[in-house]
Write a protein that binds this ligand. Structure first.
Ligand SMILES: CC(=O)N[C@H]1[C@@H](OP(=O)(O)OP(=O)(O)OC[C@H]2O[C@@H](n3ccc(=O)[nH]c3=O)[C@H](O)[C@@H]2O)O[C@H](CO)[C@@H](O)[C@@H]1O[C@H](C)C(=O)N[C@@H](C)C(=O)N[C@H](CCC(=O)O)C(=O)O
Ligand SMILES: Nc1ncnc2c1ncn2[C@@H]1O[C@H](COP(=O)(O)OP(=O)(O)OP(=O)(O)O)[C@@H](O)[C@H]1O
Length: 495
């Protein structure tokens, strides 16, 4: 791209040295810089990108964007000093990739729990509507139906803009993005022109990072506040009417709010909810009339998630009646109360619950059809929010038998993690098993006919982080292997 055109997006900058005519690429990681790239130094949590400008130069960077003056040969490259490199990066990335989010309908979904579920539902529903759509979140980046891995739930500024550009170039007209509180706080969303932003709920999580619920809640609210105030383009905020943060978020946005819920009166209101093993039915009162909703998704939390998905797509003009019909055809959200296909007299669900609230909702979702015991495998991660551990176990105590284990130990002592969780247990029917494989096998081993086993914590993730290593691990494979071993020769009545 023409360098002067690119730099026109920066209002205040000091340019030293010789500017190249063109820039090949934007990069924030010195190790990935190639000849003719512009390298942006950003201060991070572990290191400061400014410390790597020499490596960037030796890899061929022709421009360094920095927050301070740097010693470098200004005859062969240029230095641009700006006040805030992260903010400059959002401006540069948008200009470089030609404002891709403004060329599509961009949906953002935030909240403690339900982001993956709601975005996956919305993406599936858009695809079933015959639309082109990208999805970005915990499970990676999907362009239409092709999946690509990504490092974060909400990617960094450059990755976001690059992937959005890739989507636009492939003809994609819709984009659904999971927005994490880390992403908001670190400005990874700056420059994304959302049309509809949706809030699921807020509960205890990530307090290692945000410290208090007030700060965590405020950070989430920035997504609604930062939509922009010029009101030139209509945007919509979709809020959970039953969440205590509803009023605060409504007040923080300049745009119209659409509400959904099952308790307080809302624009999208569900009542007469029937929960059973094959799914959930409810009556939906909407601005376009009343409909009967049928979904194979389980539990109250999925009533909220389906309402959020319907309301968010309605916000961009889809008909409620069509959305209700399409929702019926979405079978499940991978790894979120997903029934594992096994040949066994017990039922096993794979779930991603790793917050106290999600664990409560996960168990609640099977209570209406519980026949015998609920065996719950609850896992937490090492080196992350330690305060939530006893509360997770407290909620897991709603199950008849609990196996406390670990999702990703990272560098932490496994015994310490388990002991911290154990403090919250409300009954004595539990065991501590640090090894996740063993914990899952134990749950399957214990299960008797008509029991329900929920293996929670990692969902479909295919790795476990032990120390600094990402090792192969797959809950669903372990469930299948253990069940095959235990139930070898089992013949179901329906066969
Ligand atoms: C604590 C945290 O959030 N860290 C994020 C942060 O990294 P950082 O500040 O530590 O980066 P750094 O390593 O200090 O590097 C600073 C700069 O130096 C550069 N550098 C570094 C080394 C080098 O040799 N050369 C070089 O140029 C880096 O490219 C970077 O530009 O910025 C990176 C880019 O945006 C993120 O990938 C990274 O997420 C890490 C991997 C992470 O684990 N984050 C978690 C906590 C997180 O964000 N989770 C949420 C989901 C939460 C949920 O809902 O479950 C998410 O959105 O993923
Ligand atoms: N609306 C909801 N309210 C409460 N719990 C929910 C809700 N939706 C999902 N859950 C529970 O939380 C778990 C995680 O769901 P999901 O992956 O959709 O959330 P998320 O916000 O994307 O989580 P993460 O940020 O950790 O990726 C599910 O497996 C389920 O147990």
């Amino acid at each position: 791209m023409d360098t002067r055109l690119l730099l026109s997006c920066l209002k205040v900058k000091k340019i030293y040295g010789r500017l190249p005519e063109k820039i090949n690429n934007l990069e924030q990681d010195s190790r990935k810089v190639n000849t003719g790239d512009l390298f942006i130094c950003t201060p991070g949590f572990t290191v400061d990108g400014h410390d790597f400008y020499e490596e960037a130069l030796s890899n061929g960077a022709s421009i360094i964007v920095s927050e301070r003056h740097l010693e470098m040969d200004l005859n062969s490259s240029a230095l641009i000093v700006v006040n805030d490199t992260k903010k400059a990066m959002a401006l540069l990335a948008n200009k470089f990739y030609d404002y891709p989010s403004s060329k599509m309908t961009a949906y953002g979904v935030t909240g403690t729990n339900g982001k993956t579920s709601v975005t996956t539902l919305m993406h599936a529903m858009l695809r079933k509507e015959g639309k082109t759509a990208a999805l970005s979140g915990t499970n990676g980046i999907k362009i239409n139906d092709e999946m690509f891995p990504s490092d974060n739930t909400t990617c960094d500024i450059l990755t976001n803009q690059r992937e959005l550009k890739k989507a636009v170039t492939s003809g994609v007209e819709n984009m659904v993005m999971e927005v994490s509180s880390h992403g908001i706080e670190q400005g990874r969303l700056h420059g994304i022109d959302f049309d509809v932003v949706t809030f699921t709920n807020l509960s205890h999580e990530h307090l290692d990072y945000h410290h208090t619920m007030e700060k965590y809640g405020y950070t989430k609210g920035l997504l609604f506040a930062q939509l922009g105030n010029n009101l030139q383009n209509a945007k919509i905020v979709v809020l959970n009417r039953d969440d205590p943060w509803y009023s605060a978020y409504k007040g923080m946005t300049a745009y119209e709010v659409i509400s959904y819920g099952i308790k307080e009166d809302a624009n999208f209101f569900a009542e007469n909810i029937l929960y059973n093993e094959d799914g959930t039915h409810y009556t939906l009162h909407s601005p376009e009339g009343t409909y009967q909703v049928e979904t194979s998704l389980l539990g109250e939390f999925n009533v909220y998630n389906s309402l959020a998905a319907i309301a968010s797509l309605y916000a961009d003009g889809y008909s409620v009646s069509e959305l209700v019909t399409i929702l019926k055809t979405v079978a499940f959200v991978p790894g979120r109360m997903e029934k594992v296909e096994i040949n066994a007299p017990a039922t096993v669900y794979l779930d991603y619950a790793h917050t106290p609230d999600a664990i409560e909702k996960s168990i609640q979702s099977v209570l209406p059809f519980k026949k015998r015991k609920i065996i719950f495998v609850a896992g937490t991660g090492g080196d992350r929010d330690k305060g939530k551990r006893p509360f997770m176990a407290e909620k897991a105590s709603k199950a008849d038998y609990v196996i406390l284990t670990i999702n990703d130990p990272r560098y932490e002592d496994t015994e310490e993690i388990l002991r911290a969780m154990e403090k919250g247990m409300q009954h004595n029917s539990y065991v501590l098993i640090a090894d996740r494989r063993e914990a899952i096998s134990h749950a399957i081993e214990l299960a008797e006919p008509d029991d329900i086993v929920i293996v929670a914590g990692k969902g479909p993730e295919d790795y476990q982080i032990i120390g600094g290593e990402k090792l192969p691990h797959n809950d669903i494979e372990i469930i299948k292997e253990s069940s095959a071993k235990k139930y070898a020769g089992f013949v179901s009545n329906t066969d």
